[in-house]
Design a protein around this ligand. Structure first.
Ligand SMILES: Nc1ncnc2c1ncn2[C@@H]1O[C@H](COP(=O)(O)OP(=O)(O)OP(=O)(O)O)[C@@H](O)[C@H]1O
Ligand SMILES: [Mg+2]
Length: 839
């Protein structure tokens, strides 16, 4: 059947040799090419050529291209298919190769090989016609071969029957159905044979059938076999209980079956196992009804989702978290109040008030486990052991401990989680913490609640309200979980440095326990009982190697640290340990060649004497002391007084300075003062001017109005720190009185108290911290408002014994106590003993 007329393929064709598949006219097949001759063909012909003709190549099936291009060609299959390369894709991995997509045009026979290198070129003879098949031609042909017409009709009907059995929703099937009528009948065997399930051998038979009749005869049995196979499948599907799965298989593998079929089946089985395991876990997690319902719903959705969908992973993660949460898992409280007290005492020295309250709290909880008690909030300066007491409480109760650091958190989803619609959504810290500890009754320490921020992402403090309210937190809803979790078993403890920045609603839910700073004596005890042994252990030293006498530790506390807590004390001790560790390590080094006997001798020798840290050693290791306790040097001029201030870091002493110059009666205030403090300064000046005559106060020139022709400048040092509050009132008055009278204030007196225009002294807060600061600074006499007398009871006995307290009702008494020999105009020295009380 030589070609006559119609489209001609070139008579010389480059040949692609393949043993992978059989290209039939009318179908498109993908070939992978990596052998040398084929690679050359692609490189030199397909990629370089520009005409349509250059993309036409001959595909010879069932012939292997030799691995080396020096090898001889094997015998080639005699019939091939001319095809157009419609796509060429190159890749270098894992080795250089091309992937070709070739659409078959017509058969050809190889007449002779023209050359073998760099690729095979052959003289060919076109076997099929390549012209538009017209109806008249078909009729003509059919008339000629009655038998052929019958065959082609039969074949066509079988093809229609096959298509009828397939699922029209698959796009390829639908397209084929549309094309079936418009395709020339003579092309049907090729097209159908390439689409139904046939082996390469069978396809080769169809290719080799050059006469049309033979081709129909070869292809028809394959088509009928496919139809029978499908019928069988459909019948078994009807009876099979596992309906859905089979339909899926028919769709996936029925038409164009391949290896995929089996692989898919295995995957599904594995998935099935996984899902069943997850389902078992969900039922086993003993969640409340509502959560279980949500989980089962999500699981149902998950089962229907393809694994490749991004939502699959999201839902899976969600379910994993739900299963892991301790819905019903808890630890048993093992609280024995007596041993709890010993434990607290062992862990922490001093803090008696705090310990008492903590024990009360725990005792009540033991008597009534369902107690919806207040949430404790420890407030105090840094390093006084708030966090570490929280940890001890968990240990006493035998509960899990989890610390949630809230400092700097400014996004409410940090507490409550993100909704699952967000990309990268996560549960909040509360739920995360529960997952980590694995029980539903841990001790949660909400550390640094005063340092919560606020931002556009919402107010985390507001989110905490629900968490901390015992009336509400049994149904805490994290945005990520979206179902309620019962937090009522969790024991929350909060810590803060100051209550000033805690939002009032949050503060209202907590019981504030003040943790004041330590006195010097307490610090010495803490250092010797806890800090030094701890540091020794951390640095691998023993008490036989390092000894810090009490005197030295007192020196570290007074002259090297100035703090309410014990953190920098701990650091300084650490520094000493490091320095000693070097000495010890140097001393230990043994000479190079020692016999084992010598080593034994050395070990048996008495231990070295411990390195004792005295004042000289302290100076060597820590350098010159940065703080001096003696305050007297600084009060050498009139116009300086010592005040006591309270800061979140504990109490502090504060020098108030004043100076005057010629001017117009103006008052300048510096040192970052708040409004209340500025008003105190105005109050002080007004009171002094009003009482100038009584106290014999004058201006520079000696006039009885101290402000006349005078400008006053008041400064509060540590200029960078913001200060506010009324408690500096008495200090300002004393400082100005000294300035206006030209007399020195006593160097060893410190004071605090609010003033009024009438000259009364009103009570202020933070007395304990302030007095401790004064004691630390070496002050001898402290002037306090009379109404603060009750606060003195909180002070340790040794501090009370060391200090001389003056409880003042009025400014007159303050002035009298601040200056040596009393103040002119105030009651004379004999009334002084009444006012000062030594506690
Ligand atoms: N009374 C004490 N007895 C023994 N050790 C103490 C005592 N007070 C504090 N410490 C030690 O001081 C160190 C600092 O304490 P902690 O971290 O609890 O301070 P904090 O009050 O939480 O400070 P911050 O407000 O800065 O968080 C810890 O190593 C702790 O063991
Ligand atoms: Mg802390």
């Amino acid at each position: 059947m030589a070609s006559s007329g119609g489209i001609q393929i070139p008579s010389r064709l480059p040949l692609l040799l393949t043993h992978e598949g059989v290209l039939l006219p009318g179908s498109t097949v993908r070939f992978s090419v990596d052998s040398p001759r084929n690679m050359q063909l692609v490189g030199q012909r397909l990629l370089k050529g520009t005409s349509l003709k250059s993309t036409i190549i001959g595909v010879i099936p069932n012939s292997r291209d030799p691995e080396q291009d020096t090898d001889d060609l094997p015998a080639l299959h005699n019939i091939g298919t001319a095809g157009i390369a419609v796509q060429v894709v190159g890749s270098n991995w894992p080795k250089p190769h091309y992937t070709l997509l070739i659409t078959g045009l017509c058969r050809f026979r190889v007449c002779s090989l023209l050359k073998e290198r760099p690729f095979v070129l052959a003289e060919v003879e076109q076997l099929d016609k390549l012209e538009q098949y017209t109806a008249s031609a078909a009729e003509g042909d059919a008339a000629e071969h009655g038998e052929l017409k019958e065959l082609s009709q039969k074949f066509y009907q079988a093809a229609v029957q096959l298509l009828g059995m397939l699922d029209m929703s698959v796009p390829v099937v639908a397209k084929f159905r549309r094309l079936l009528d418009s395709l020339p009948r003579e092309t049907l065997p090729d097209v159908v044979a390439s689409m139904i399930r046939t082996s390469n051998q069978e396809k080769l038979q169809v290719l080799d059938a050059i006469s049309l009749e033979e081709r129909f005869q070869k292809a028809l049995p394959m088509l009928t076999r496919q139809i029978e196979g499908l019928k069988l499948l459909q019948r078994s599907r009807k009876t099979s209980p596992d309906k859905e799965k089979r339909v899926l298989s028919v769709r996936k593998g029925g038409v164009f079956p391949g290896r995929q079929f089996n692989l898919d089946g295995e995957d599904e089985d594995e998935d099935g196992d996984d899902m069943a395991a997850l389902e078992r876990k969900i039922h086993g997690a003993s969640m409340p009804e509502a959560a279980l319902r949500v989980c089962l719903k999500e699981l149902k959705r998950l089962k229907k989702m393809p694994q490749s969908m991004p939502e699959f992973a999201l839902t899976r993660n969600y379910l994993d978290l739900m299963v892991e949460l301790p819905w019903n898992r808890n630890t048993k409280d093992c609280l024995d109040i007596r041993s709890a007290r010993t434990l607290l005492d062992n862990d922490h020295y001093a803090m008696d008030k705090l310990k008492r309250r903590v024990l009360e709290y725990l005792a009540v909880r033991q008597l009534k486990s369902t107690l919806k008690g207040p949430i404790l909030c420890f407030v105090g300066p840094p390093g006084v052991g708030k966090t570490s007491v929280g940890r001890s409480i968990a240990r006493m109760l035998g509960r899990e401990f989890h610390r949630i650091a809230l400092g700097g958190v400014c996004d409410q989803s940090d507490i409550r989680g993100h909704r699952r619609t967000y990309v990268g959504s996560m549960p909040g810290r509360i739920i995360n913490g529960l997952k980590m500890v694995g029980v539903n009754n841990p001790v949660f320490l909400l550390d640094e609640v005063d340092k919560l921020g606020k931002s556009l992402q919402g107010d985390p403090a507001a989110a905490l309200l629900e968490v901390l309210d015992p009336e509400q937190n049994h149904s805490f809803t994290d945005h990520y979980l979206n179902v309620a979790f019962d937090l009522s078993q969790v024991l929350f403890i909060a810590t803060a440095n100051t209550t000033a920045t805690i939002p009032p609603a949050l503060l209202d839910r907590m019981e504030v326990l003040q943790v004041p700073g330590y006195t010097q004596e307490e610090k010495v005890e803490i250092a010797h009982r806890h800090l030094i042994p701890n540091q020794l252990e951390q640095h691998g030293l023993t008490p036989q190697q390092l000894h810090i006498p009490q005197d030295s530790s007192r020196d570290i506390i007074c002259r090297y640290t100035r703090e309410a807590g014990v953190r920098s004390l701990e650091r300084k001790i650490g520094a000493i340990c490091r320095a000693v560790a070097v000495k010890v390590a140097e001393g230990r080094r043994l000479p190079e060649a020692v016999s084992s006997e010598e080593v034994l001798l050395q070990e048996a020798a008495p231990p070295e004497m411990p390195i004792v840290i005295d004042h000289v050693a302290l100076k060597d290791i820590l350098g010159p002391p940065p703080f001096e306790t003696e305050v007297s040097e600084r009060l050498t001029l009139p116009g300086v007084a010592l005040g006591l201030a309270w800061t979140p870091l504990g109490g502090e002493i504060m020098f108030v300075e004043a100076s005057r110059m010629e001017g117009e009666g103006q008052l300048t205030l510096t040192g970052q003062l708040g409004d209340v403090m500025k008003e105190s300064a105005h109050l002080a000046i007004s009171w002094l001017r009003a009482n100038a005559k009584t106290y014999r106060l004058t201006n520079i020139a000696g006039s009885s109005d101290p402000m006349e022709g005078t400008d006053i400048h008041l400064h509060f040092p540590a200029g960078a720190v913001t200060k506010d509050g009324p408690s500096a009132g008495v200090t300002i008055v004393t400082c100005l009185a000294s300035l206006f009278s030209g007399r020195l204030v006593r160097s060893d007196v410190a004071m605090t108290g609010e003033i009024t225009l009438r000259g009364l002294v009103l009570p202020v807060g933070g007395i304990k911290d302030k007095v401790l600061a004064a004691h630390r600074a070496g002050v001898k006499r402290v002037i306090l408002p009379k109404r603060n007398e009750k606060d003195l009871e909180e002070l340790p006995a040794n501090v009370r014994a060391d200090l001389d307290f003056v409880m003042a009702r009025s400014l007159k008494e303050v002035l009298n106590a601040s200056f040596d020999g009393g103040f002119p105009g105030t009651a004379s020295a004999e009334s002084l003993p009444e006012l000062s009380s030594k506690l």
